[in-house]
Design a protein around this ligand. Structure first.
Ligand SMILES: [Zn+2]
Ligand SMILES: [Zn+2]
Length: 445
């Protein structure tokens, strides 16, 4: 069958499921759950699949579920919809604990379901090579850390991010590329979506300066002042800022969470939290190294100790341009878009765990319209059901058809031109090596 015929069949099928797609998105909006707590949400998505005769695999990354087309030769594409919500107690639709889908993940899940129906119920797979995994993935927002640390301590997960965890568990071993959409207000009403997105990655550091207490009046000469170490360290970090290149979008944020005990005692214990963000892996590691140096120099000057607990959050995202272009073309061919309907590249200093995936596999990340109000804020609302729930479902499905048609020629070409920063093993090794605790003791120097 001709490719455009396949596409039309797929679009018709998605239209037949319109009511179910919208109902799913609206239902999930009523039960927002934070990452790795998405039990009801997973069940609702799984039920939508089951109601339509599909057999979802569940608990894929502690929570989450997926359905897959049968294995056959050729590249495997995955589409992801995220399960978790955010907290915004000022949002009028939030539930009692402040939980609210103010990042539009309920819409993503509706898109995922619609796309699944379009590909699996239209019969188009019979004409395509390779395969597709439709994945409802947990925990994109890097929040609620205490709870996630408890899951890590109990051996239930190893990563804060659901995609990181799913990758570790082998879920993406046979997946070659990932497609995903988020919903964002299009401030310029002529724009229908952003085509490619690049984001910062980040590293967190929990810092403990350890000195020696002494009476601040009688005997400050006997103390080792941990607050002075922290102050010097902050100044050192500020002195480094001119070494960060504009294009690397480096942000170093620091707060003092414990500044000393009693006013008349030389502070022996001072704690800080630091976040280092940057636009590329190299810049992120470079800035992190410099910050460590600054922290140690603060301790060194005073003759104290500093313990640095470091953890990699998410890696920078570089969306695959060739992949995004296919979605873009479908918007022109099937959604009434023209050359001026797009924001071609959206660069943001925010972060997502799709960033990690983009360092290993070609990833597409589109921001689609149909909502108003800032992400994660009290004003975030869905305003256009067709644009938010239905259109991205269709465009994702059409993108899959383009990728896997004609012996999956397009998907193969994208893979040939893609150069990963890591293999799965080297990624896991890198994450492990850079999640570390280091104690710098200058008292003997
Ligand atoms: Zn978000
Ligand atoms: Zn989000």
């Amino acid at each position: 069958m001709d490719k455009n015929e396949l596409k039309r069949k797929c679009l018709e099928t998605i239209d037949q499921y319109k009511d179910q797609i919208i109902a799913l998105g609206e239902d999930i909006y009523k039960t927002p759950e934070l990452g790795y707590k998405e039990f009801k949400t997973t069940e609702r998505v799984a039920a939508a699949f089951r109601d339509n005769g599909l057999e979802p695999e569940t608990e894929i990354a502690y929570t989450g579920c997926k359905v897959s087309t049968p294995k056959q030769d050729g590249p495997r594409v995955s589409v992801m919809g995220e399960l978790d919500c955010v907290v915004c107690a000022e949002h009028p639709h939030c539930i009692t604990n402040g939980n609210i889908h103010a990042c539009g993940h309920n819409v993503q899940l509706a898109n995922l379901f619609g796309c699944t129906m379009g590909i699996m119920k239209s019969g188009v797979m019979a004409e395509l090579s390779g395969g597709v995994d439709f994945i409802a993935i947990p925990a994109e927002e890097c929040v609620d850390i205490e709870y996630r640390d408890s899951l890590i301590a109990d051996g239930k997960i190893q990563f804060y991010g659901g995609k990181q965890e799913y990758l570790r568990r082998g879920g993406l071993d046979d997946v070659d590329m990932i497609l995903q959409c988020h919903m964002l207000e299009m401030e310029d009403k002529n724009k229908l979506c952003t085509v490619s997105t690049d984001t910062n990655g980040f590293i967190t550091k929990t810092v403990h300066f350890i000195g020696e207490g002494a009476h601040a009046g009688f005997a400050p000469s006997k103390g080792i002042n941990a607050l002075n170490m922290a102050e010097l360290a902050l100044n050192n970090i500020h002195a480094l800022r001119e070494t960060f290149r504009d294009e690397d979008k480096v942000r170093v944020s620091a707060i003092i969470t414990e500044g000393g005990g009693l006013l008349n005692v030389v502070p022996a214990s001072v704690r800080m939290e630091i976040m280092v963000r940057a636009f590329s892996l190299e810049a992120m590691m470079d800035a992190s190294h410099k910050v460590d140096r600054a922290l140690k120099a603060g301790a060194l000057a005073i003759g104290g100790k500093v313990e640095i607990r470091q953890k990699i959050g998410y890696l920078p995202m570089k969306a695959d341009r060739r992949l995004s272009r296919i979605y873009r073309q479908n918007m022109i061919d099937f959604a009434g878009a023209n050359e001026d309907s797009f924001i071609e590249v959206y660069e943001t200093a925010g972060s997502t765990d799709l960033g990690d995936m983009s360092q290993l596999k070609p990833c597409m990340h589109v921001w689609s319209g149909g909502v108003t109000g800032g992400l994660h804020t009290k004003d975030y609302r869905l305003t256009d059901q067709e644009a938010a729930y239905i259109l991205p479902a269709k465009m994702l499905a059409l993108t899959i058809i383009d990728l896997l048609y004609d012996g999956a020629k397009e998907a193969k070409a994208i893979l040939e031109n893609y150069h990963p920063s890591f293999t799965k093993d080297s990624y896991l090794e890198f994450m492990k090596a850079n999640s570390k605790v280091e104690l710098f003791d200058s008292s003997a120097l």
